[in-house]
Design a protein around this ligand. Structure first.
Ligand code: DX5
Ligand code: ZN
Length: 216
């Protein structure tokens, strides 16, 4: 069964604790960090992650959509992240490697993320030391966008690379994952589904989580 990671980008930030409790049956909690540079939106930062850590024991899956993420790895680890994703487009390869080393030193799980334009092959230099690859199925920046069908091929390519070089690595898919697309995403090889609108837009978030978990 796949893991489901509700994205709090679709939560009510005035009632964040309540909205985190609403999704407590999920496997992970997905936290979207945006800096207004790597993506055109600004969301949450280190102090908010620290506060979230205090109010839940859920596994915190922190998706950094920020330029030069190596600068902030220690801070997000100290704030309580369990896993951090850095975008391969956000810095030079040597600095991406530095970011992964910092996660390792902090005992936090390591992931790289791919924008839709980035080739699956870009994960090859890192794959053996990763805990997860995140494939975006929308342009990062906003919740509620339409799933990019063309990214199913990218998911399949990353799945083939994982199977060949590091079968234990998770494959997370983020963007437009709803009933109707989730089945194809799982069929293409995903093991973790991020869902903002599909969970927080549902009348019964727990039922929506369970429905996504049954996707096949
Ligand atoms: C978009 C974020 C996503 C977003 C997904 O840049 O990375 O995590 O919250 O939202 P939905 O599920 O509504 O596409
Ligand atoms: Zn995300």
């Amino acid at each position: 069964m796949v893991k489901v990671a509700p994205s709090i980008l679709s939560a009510d930030f005035c009632n964040l604790e309540r909205d985190i409790r609403r999704v407590s049956s999920a496997d992970w909690l997905h936290v979207d960090v945006m800096d207004g540079m790597f993506v055109p939106n600004i969301t949450i930062g280190v102090p908010v992650v620290r506060s979230i850590r205090k109010c839940t024991g859920m596994f915190l899956d922190v998706h950094l959509m920020i330029d030069k993420p190596a600068r902030y790895i220690d801070d997000f680890c100290e704030a309580g992240a369990d896993l951090i994703s850095v975008h391969l487009e956000a810095d030079h390869p040597t600095r991406i490697a530095d970011a992964l080393r910092a996660m390792e030193a902090n005992g936090v799980k390591k992931a790289v993320a791919l924008r839709p334009i980035t080739s699956a092959k870009a994960v090859l230099p890192y794959i053996e030391r990763l805990d997860m690859v995140l494939v975006m199925t929308v342009e990062p920046g906003f919740g509620g966008q339409k799933f990019m069908e063309s990214q199913l091929d990218a998911i399949r390519e990353v799945r083939a690379i994982i199977n060949k070089y590091h079968p234990g690595c998770e494959l997370e898919v983020d963007g437009g994952v709803v009933p109707g697309t989730s089945e194809r995403v799982v069929e293409a090889g995903a093991t973790v589904l991020v869902a903002g609108t599909a969970v927080y837009g549902a009348a019964d978030p727990a039922a929506a989580i369970e429905a996504l978990r049954q996707s096949q």
